[in-house]
Design a protein around this ligand. Structure first.
Ligand SMILES: Cc1cc2nc3c(=O)[nH]c(=O)nc-3n(C[C@H](O)[C@H](O)[C@H](O)COP(=O)(O)OP(=O)(O)OC[C@H]3O[C@@H](n4cnc5c(N)ncnc54)[C@H](O)[C@@H]3O)c2cc1C
Length: 261
């Protein structure tokens, strides 16, 4: 009897399924604003336009439409942190930083204000035989990382490595998964430096079948992807990396670094 071994077994590699959603612009109302941590503002949005809102993956993004600092209409990317169809609410978490109209809008937001949003246009759903998740990011990635940790099924192994300015910026996630959290503290001005992440990652085992998800300032996300490929020999199929913002540039991102997947 001969044993047939496929040369390339797809079940051994993760896959990213792209799903499209109906693109609709919605006008929502601010229900509440909360200082979640010293550098993060949570805005709860509501309104009948939320009807039919779909967000199938924790790293989905929507566009928010806001006035630029000189009043010209502009748009920015934000993660639907949590959508609850029961209460008809959508949470967005905004990093507080200087010089950005989206951050300024969130800092000034109050109940009753309006916000137009569009999307998500689509979702990238990561599937496959994943034994463990390694989620790496800065404060802009915390909404996606928190949502992924909360949505993972019971007993799934997940490790997060997140850089925030101060201890009080750490967040606690309620999850059925087995979660280990590593926090890095560095001032916001150093958000374009990867060293703290690499030092932390050097102490973390990355066994086979670990899916590594990265989102941070673009040069950091690129450096971390390179470190994982070259030093830790993680196969590129097991890494999804994105630059969520670019230091010094307005409305800039690199959503899929080097093909990402
Ligand atoms: C897919 C995706 C999902 C995202 N989800 C979120 C989210 O849920 N929450 C969130 O807060 N951000 C998120 N971001 C990042 C956010 O879109 C950017 O930080 C955006 O540039 C903020 O817009 P702004 O108008 O405040 O600043 P901009 O006008 O774009 O930039 C003004 C200046 O501020 C700098 N800057 C931008 N962001 C930061 C920052 N975080 N810290 C320090 N300096 C900064 C820029 O380099 C520029 O010099 C996401 C990005 C992507 C691509």
């Amino acid at each position: 009897m001969s044993i047939f071994r496929p040369i390339f077994d797809r079940s051994n590699t993760p896959d990213i399924q792209r799903v499209r959603h109906e693109l609709r612009k919605r006008t929502l109302r601010v229900a509440s604003v909360q200082d979640l941590t010293p550098h993060m503002i949570r805005v709860t949005l509501t309104g009948p336009d939320l009807e039919g809102f779909v967000s199938s993956s924790p790293d989905d993004h929507i566009k928010i439409f806001i006035p630029d600092l000189d009043g010209t209409p502009t748009r920015r990317d934000y993660t639907p942190r949590r959508y609850d169809p029961q209460t008809g609410t959508l949470l967005l978490d905004f990093v507080k930083h200087d010089g950005g109209p989206a951050a300024a809008w969130a800092c000034a937001a109050k109940p009753g204000d309006q916000l137009q949003i569009g999307g998500p246009r689509g979702s990238q759903i990561i599937t496959g035989q994943i034994d463990r998740w390694l989620l790496i990011g800065d404060e802009t990635a915390l909404p996606a990382i928190g949502r992924r940790i909360e949505e993972l099924s019971v007993g799934t192994s997940v490790t997060s490595v997140v850089a925030v300015p101060v201890v009080a910026d750490e967040q606690l996630f309620v999850t059925a998964a087995n979660h280990i959290a590593h926090w890095i503290h560095r001032p916001s001005e150093n958000a374009d430096q990867a060293d703290g992440f690499i030092t932390t990652l050097e102490g973390i085992e990355i066994p086979d079948r670990t899916f590594v998800w990265i989102a941070a300032e673009a040069s950091v996300a690129k450096a971390l992807r390179r470190y994982l490929l070259e030093e830790r020999k993680v196969a590129s199929k097991w890494i999804k990396a994105a630059g969520y913002w670019v230091k010094g540039l307005v409305d800039a991102s690199v959503k899929d670094i080097d093909g990402g997947h």
